[in-house]
Structures are given as C-alpha cells and as structure tokens.
Ligand binder design. Structure first.
Ligand SMILES: Cc1cc2nc3c(=O)[nH]c(=O)nc-3n(C[C@H](O)[C@H](O)[C@H](O)COP(=O)(O)OP(=O)(O)OC[C@H]3O[C@@H](n4cnc5c(N)ncnc54)[C@H](O)[C@@H]3O)c2cc1C
Length: 436
C-alpha cells in the first residue's frame, strides 16, 4: 500500500500465539497478494519455537476453523487435516460425556461423524479436539518470527509508533497490535482501567499420556468420547480433552507394550478458598511434585471413592514432575510443570468504548476467557480474520476507521463469549445435589 510519499505502512505484531500468527498469515495472503501493501513484523518473547509448552489438545469450533481457512495460505490449509484430524474410526469419536462425583453418567451426546474439518467448518458442531502443539508448528511455517523480543510498552510520536523491548531495542511502525496474551503489556498501557476478573476458582492443567492399562479403564468407563467432564458435589470439576497419537516405537517406561497411545489434557478446578482458608496446606507452585500431591489430597477430600475417582488420581499421578528425558520427547517436547493458576477473564465491554488509535489488541490480550466452553483461541482466530478484512479498507478510509470497525465488531462478539463462558464455569463449579 503506497500512501503519501510512497510509504508502505508497517504493522508490528506483538506475540506469536495463535492470534498473532494467524493475523500475520492473513495479511500476507489477502493484503500483500498482488502487491506489497504492508510490511509486517512479528515479535515473540519466547527464545524459540520449543521454548515453552504449547499444550496438547484444544477444541476448535466452526468459527475458528473458518478463520484458519480464510487466513492461512492454501498450502497450509491443505495440511490442516494433519493437525485437526478426523477421529480414528472405532477408537475415538466426537462428543461429550458428563459424570457426577460417583461416576454416574448424567449426559452423553451421541457419536457424531464428519467427513473432515472442512465439513465441520460448515456445521454448527461445537468443536473438534485438535493437536494444539502441531497447529502452532504449522502456523509458524513461512513466518519470520523475531524470537527473544519481550515487549514492555510503546511510545507514540505523531504518525509513528515505537514498540519498546526489554533488551533495550525499539522498533518503529505505523500500527501496533498487541497479541500478547492475558497479561498483555500493550493492554496495560493502552487500557489500564480494563481489569482482569478473578473467579475465585483455581485450575490445574496437566498433559498426560496414560499407558494402555489406564486407557482401557477410562474407555471402559466413558467409551472413546473425546471430551469428558465430571462434577464434584462440593463444586470441583474436571474436564479432559483426549486424542489418540499413534507412536511408532515404545519409548517410555510408562507405555510398555502398546503401539497406540492417547494424549489427554486434563483440567481440575476447585474453589481457591479451599487452599487460602486452610492454614495446614503445604504446597509450592514451583515444586511440581508438591502440586501433584496437593491435588491428589484435594480430590480425595472432595470426591467419593469410586472408579472415576481412582482414574482421576492415577491421571494426576502420572503428570511429569520434571523436564522430559531425551527418550520421552516424542510425548513431551517441552515441559509443562503442573501449577495452580487462578481462573480469570477480561470483558472488553466492561468499560466504555475507547478511542481507536494506531494501537489495538487481539485475542486473550483484550478478551481472555475461561476454558470451559473452549472459545478463547477460536475468538483470537476470528479477531485475526476480522482485522484482515477491515484492513483491506486501509487505503480508502485510513487506519483509524479500520481499527474502529474491528474494535466495534470484536468487542461485541468476544464479550458475549466471555460472559457465556463465565456463567458456564461459575454454574458448573457450584456445589451440587444429585438425586441418583
Ligand atoms: C486449560 C486451557 C484449555 C483451553 N482450551 C481451549 C479450547 O479448547 N479452545 C479454545 O478456543 N481455547 C482454549 N483455551 C484458551 C486459549 O488457550 C487462548 O484463548 C489462546 O491461546 C489465546 O491466543 P492468543 O494468541 O490471543 O494468546 P496466547 O496464546 O496467550 O499467545 C500470546 C503470545 O504472546 C507472547 N507474549 C506474551 N507477552 C509478550 C510480550 N510482552 N512480548 C512479546 N511476546 C509476548 C506469548 O509468549 C505467546 O506466545 C484454553 C486455555 C486453557 C488455559
């Protein structure tokens, strides 16, 4: 895009998560297709692609999949089925199951089958469980991420915007987009009055690869349904997202003689005051073993003895408590130390609309939401699509109008999902009375 003085505007993207990466691709695919209209630079605080745990599994809904298809280059769209594969027939099926604290089934969706993710994109199906780490690898292809660049703020001078990095450097651009997650430094500077909402609920996320014996017990209880939830009487919950990974060789002590393994992302949530009001607890979030021991104690205190509780305790027990050894890296490329984290969200409609400037926000940076309905990434992906579409009017209407229209659309859409997720999480974490 040539503006006055043949100047090609530069867009600075801060954060190479799913939102920032998809925005980068979308600009290249749609706005720089025939003629370079924007320079795009993307900065990430991590030192490299394998620096930080990316998680195993993630649910993508039709909105998120459509945005991926819209923004990614054709070559990567063709490879999406590698990272969002169809369930393996008779071994996995799309669906969700709910159980109470005793393991009694409350609800189960019938198995649903689709030809591919392209069919899901056109459906109203809630979500398909995908490989989060592999999706990130795919989205990193053809993107020149500048690693090790932690942004600590920005300066605006007239038509210029400067991103400031912790390493003492500054980079000049025309537009700055904060895609830097829930603790965004860009949001803190631009909208200091937009506060994070704390639910008073703690979550512990573990990613595990159960051995065949344990998987057989899980399947005997739940079947091969990919999303499994359970609700304790006192208000604690579990949800797990599972997928099969075929492994060529047996490489862990944990998985002796089976050739196929499931990967499970398990999230356990409970009231934060169970910890804060208990003077006797002894847990250190920097010591993974102490977190695991603590969670097992909480589960034993709040769940009745039954097969479901035994399975939960075993899943928690096999969470890695130290970084992976070389032979384990097929499962655990990077390490996710179990930690207690508060469940929080950010509602962009909780403050008056702000003035649109050269600085805007995308994804968790502006509308972090809890994971209960799996809407977070899907909204970040939709933000990227939306911003790309509005930027196509940059030449005609200027940056301010494009960003304002994007912010109007994003605020309404994402706020609805933040509040729906909040209500879902708070309701599901209420103490229950089951009458079975
Ligand atoms: C347990 C759990 C399960 C979830 N399940 C789902 C699901 O099933 N479906 C779904 O849609 N969502 C899910 N989510 C939510 C999802 O993880 C987030 O909404 C999503 O990752 C947001 O993407 P993002 O690109 O906006 O931010 P992030 O993924 O947070 O990426 C931000 C990037 O910016 C980088 N960064 C941060 N600060 C700086 C800085 N100062 N300078 C430079 N770089 C920086 C970070 O390193 C990171 O790479 C889940 C979340 C959790 C915790």
């Amino acid at each position: 895009m040539l503006t006055q003085n043949n100047h090609i505007p530069t867009i600075l993207i801060i954060g190479a998560g799913p939102g920032g990466l998809l925005l980068y691709h979308g600009i290249q695919k749609h706005l720089n297709k025939n003629m370079k209209k924007f320079n795009v630079k993307i900065f990430e605080r991590d030192l490299g692609p394998q620096d930080r745990w990316q998680g195993y599994n993630i649910g993508l809904n039709p909105h998120g999949i459509k945005s991926l298809i819209f923004c990614l280059p054709e070559s990567l769209v063709a490879r999406l089925p590698e990272v969002i594969p169809n369930p393996i027939h008779e071994k996995e099926y799309h669906g969700i199951i709910h159980r109470d604290h005793k393991g009694t089934e409350i609800f189960r969706t019938p198995p649903t089958r689709f030809k591919s993710l392209f069919e899901i994109a056109m459906s109203t199906y809630p979500s398909i469980i995908s490989y989060r780490d592999r999706l990130r690898d795919l989205m990193l292809e053809d993107v020149n991420v500048q690693w090790g660049k932690k942004c600590i703020g920005y300066d605006e001078f007239g038509d210029e915007i400067w991103a400031i990095f912790q390493d003492g450097t500054k980079v000049k651009g025309d537009i700055l987009i904060g895609c830097d997650g829930i603790h965004s430094s860009i949001r803190r500077q631009k909208l200091p009055h937009l506060q994070i909402f704390d639910y008073g609920i703690t979550q512990v996320l573990i990613d595990v690869t159960p051995n065949k014996k344990l998987m057989d017990r899980i399947i005997a209880l739940n079947g091969n349904v990919l999303v499994q939830k359970s609700f304790g009487q006192d208000g604690d919950t579990t949800f797990s997202l599972m997928r099969l990974i075929p492994i060529e060789t047996d490489i862990t002590e944990n998985t002796p003689d089976d050739k196929i393994h499931y990967r499970i992302s398990l999230c356990y949530t409970y009231y934060t005051h169970w910890d804060t009001r208990n003077k006797n607890i002894n847990v250190n979030d920097n010591d993974p073993q102490s977190v695991i021991d603590h969670i097992k104690t909480v589960i034993k205190q709040h769940r009745e003895p039954c097969e479901l509780t035994d399975i939960l305790l075993e899943l928690v027990s096999i969470a890695p408590v130290s970084p992976p050894k070389d032979y384990e890296k097929t499962f655990y490329r990077t390490y996710n130390p179990p930690k207690r984290r508060p469940i929080q969200d950010i509602n962009p409609m909780s403050i008056e609309p702000w003035e649109s400037t050269r600085v805007t926000l995308l994804g968790d940076a502006i509308h972090a939401m809890n994971p209960f309905l799996g809407f977070g990434t899907n909204n970040a992906l939709q933000d990227a699509e939306s911003l790309v579409k509005y930027f196509s009017n940059y030449e005609k209407y200027g940056y301010k109008s494009c960003i304002q229209e994007y912010e109007n659309e994003m605020r309404i859409r994402s706020s609805r999902d933040v509040l729906e997720s909040r209500e879902n999480c708070l309701t599901q974490n209420l103490p229950k009375e089951y009458n079975f």
